[in-house]
Write a protein that binds this ligand. Structure first.
Ligand code: DUC
Ligand code: ZN
Ligand code: ZN
Length: 481
């Protein structure tokens, strides 16, 4: 009787710290042995010429989320999780969106119902905190953290969700008490509104003016302000979707001061630029996201931030709206403004192939950094490690085999999302995931999907060690505790 359900044999095993050769023994959905010449498994997979990495964790995706303006996200938990698995991701962390005034528990329950029976792979939830009032926070913030929802996104812009500085302080104080992780969308709301109104008055409404309405200063200022508030109360935080080098420099300065400030960036800031907004017709709308992609020279700076470990996480911020759809990105009529274009780009499936091809294969980051950025660090920052994010005895057998030499032309027809375009159309990649295992079950083999919708399990997150305060606030914590 074989000891293993499955053995992946003779493969290169890459973690965030090591790259070694060997076999991986899997039983009961978990890794139970790493070694050489492991006993035969009931099933054997030849890993020769492949690299086995911990399945990706996409820690920033929007699936089936409510919107304030009637636009419709085109991926739900089924299509989104399928696309994720096809692209080498085995855990997704989408958002439960709290409407202002809504109890946090209700928001979480609503998104559980949306995920139920649909996700192919495991998932956790971040909660979008649009109301941090005492009434709301006093209700169920503490209980939610205890129940495995340990990360909360705070917006500094967008009218339906934004918090004032004072409300952010409330959120920070609560996060500090509960050791929860705050994720910050840092853009100065008033600057954006002021600029948008003036651009519209001048008739400057084309997609490219989206970038004009949200210049790097808007992001840098808000990043600096968020960090200052966090420093005041001594609360760790993560700045999401950092786009510009100037915001990145704010994070670097905070890290140099010893603050627990973490950074996330996304492929759109490595591969897209404001030149994409100039594309003919309405094509520019395909790349509208916030913050916007910057100049092409900015891309190398963001790569440097990845290789220098300024950023801990590379997420997709998958926020997919169809292009050619009444509720999508292509606006009916030239009189419409960039303000009406739904913000976001698809990317859950292309995140890792882009990072591998242009990062690892072009020598910008090491294989270990690839693993850290795509999986391990997110697992640590959001309280899923070591169950997720590594290949180690006892961890879930969420493993992806990569063919590091596979040549792929990216085109929307090979992708599994429900979107009618990819902003990376026509890119030539080297290196691609060829098999995805979720808790030991093959869910993708050479692009063929298997496994039933709904097999993915909700993952409770622990209070992340990364969210533990340093214990050195600038003011006495008894004042705000
Ligand atoms: N910006 C966000 O803040 N969220 C979704 C997509 C986007 O572009
Ligand atoms: Zn955001
Ligand atoms: Zn987002």
């Amino acid at each position: 009787m074989a000891e293993y359900d499955l053995v992946i044999r003779n493969t290169t095993i890459a973690t965030a710290s090591d790259v070694v050769k060997g076999d991986i023994g899997i039983a009961g959905g978990r890794v139970v042995a790493l070694g050489e010449r492991l006993d035969k498994g009931r099933r054997e997979i030849d890993g020769t010429g492949r690299i086995a990495v911990p399945g990706g964790i996409d820690a920033h995706v929007h699936f089936d989320q409510d919107t304030a303006d009637g636009s419709v996200f085109c991926d739900d938990f089924e299509s989104g999780s399928r696309a994720a698995a096809a692209g080498g991701t085995t855990t997704i962390i989408p958002f439960a969106y709290q409407n202002k005034g809504q109890p946090l528990r209700d928001a979480v329950n609503k998104y559980h119902a949306r995920a139920e029976g649909k996700s192919l792979i495991d998932y956790a939830f971040h909660v979008i905190l649009s109301d941090a009032s005492e009434k709301i926070m006093g209700q169920d913030f503490t209980a939610l953290v205890a129940d495995g929802y340990t990360s909360f996104k705070v917006y500094m812009t967008y009218d339906d969700v934004k918090l004032t500085d004072r409300e952010m302080l409330d959120a920070l104080a609560a996060a500090r008490r509960e050791q929860a992780m705050l994720m910050i969308h840092a853009e100065n709301s008033d600057c954006i509104t002021w600029l948008t109104e003036r651009l519209e008055l001048k008739g400057m409404t084309a997609a490219k003016f989206h970038a004009t309405s949200r210049p790097f200063v808007v992001e840098r200022e808000a990043t600096h302000r968020a960090i200052s508030l966090a420093e005041l109360l001594d609360v760790p935080m993560l700045l999401v979707h950092v786009s510009a080098k100037e915001a990145m420099h704010e994070i670097q300065r905070a890290q140099a001061r010893g603050l627990r400030v973490y950074g996330e960036t996304c492929p759109q800031y490595l591969f897209l630029s404001e030149e994409d907004f100039e594309k003919p017709g309405d094509e520019g709308a395909k790349c509208v996201c916030s913050p916007p992609p910057r100049g092409t020279d900015n891309q190398e700076h963001i790569w440097t931030g990845l290789s220098a470990n300024t950023f801990q996480v590379l997420s997709s911020d998958h926020a997919a709206f169809k292009f050619d759809d009444v509720r999508g990105k292509k606006l009916p009529g030239a009189a419409q403004s960039f303000r009406k274009i739904p913000n976001g780009v698809p990317g859950v499936e292309t995140r890792l192939p882009l990072l591998f091809s242009e990062g690892v294969n072009k020598g910008r980051i090491t294989l270990q950094q690839f693993v850290a950025l795509s999986s391990t660090n997110a697992a640590k920052i959001y309280g899923l490690h070591p169950r997720k994010g590594t290949i180690a005895v006892g961890s879930d057998a969420d493993i992806v085999l990569w063919d590091p030499e596979r040549k792929v032309s990216l085109t929307n027809s090979i992708l599994h999302h429900n979107c009618d375009y990819t902003p990376y159309e026509g890119r030539e990649l080297t290196g691609y995931p060829v098999m995805t295992l979720s808790r030991g079950e093959v869910v993708m083999d050479e692009g063929r999907m298997s496994g039933s919708a709904g097999r993915g399990q909700f993952q409770k997150c622990d209070r992340p060690e990364a969210a533990r305060p340093r214990g050195r606030p600038l003011i006495d914590p008894s004042i705000f505790n």
